[in-house]
Design a protein. Structure first.
Length: 164
């Protein structure tokens, strides 16, 4: 009689695996693009990170924002961006927008670097797909004051730059 027990265990485990896979598919299908993001859709399908099997992953950029901060002793700047990464891993610059920023010139500077960013594209059902990506970018600035007159410091200050 050990065989029926083993068979029942195998069938039960298979049933659980299928049920959990069904839940994942149902959750993925329930992932709906909010109305505020309907401009991303265009004529081609686009998904949110919850609607793909593997979300787009940031790989690299060789460009940094051309940003000149205000003259404050210490400041942290941030910008939250949303845009579509295409099926080849390139940001679609025309879809990009600054959702929130504490300093508009920083958000604008980050947007201007977007075309140089590289992603590993999102995957859905074994194919690369377009995905809406949200990212949070930060920059910290610090002004160093030295005694005058005298030469500028020989190296960076011993104090670490602030983190945002």
């Amino acid at each position: 009689m050990p065989r029926p027990t083993i068979l029942f265990t195998v069938l039960a485990a298979t049933g659980l695996a299928c049920a959990s896979a069904g839940n994942k598919v149902a959750a993925r299908e329930a992932c709906v693009i909010p109305a505020r993001d309907s401009g991303f859709v265009g004529l081609r399908p686009v998904y949110m990170d919850c609607g793909v099997d593997r979300p787009a992953r940031f790989m690299s950029t060789d460009v940094h924002p051309d940003f000149r901060p205000e003259m404050r002793a210490t400041a942290c700047y941030f910008a939250d961006l949303e845009f579509v990464v295409d099926s080849l891993g390139r940001p679609e610059v025309a879809t990009a927008r600054v959702v929130r920023s504490n300093y508009e010139p920083f958000g604008t500077a980050v947007l201007q670097t977007l075309q140089a960013w590289k992603y590993e594209p999102a995957m859905r059902d074994g194919k690369t797909v377009r995905q809406i990506v949200a990212t949070h970018q930060t920059a910290a600035s610090m002004i160093v004051v030295t005694k005058s007159p005298g030469p500028p410091p020989a190296g960076p200050p011993s104090q670490r730059a602030p983190t945002c």
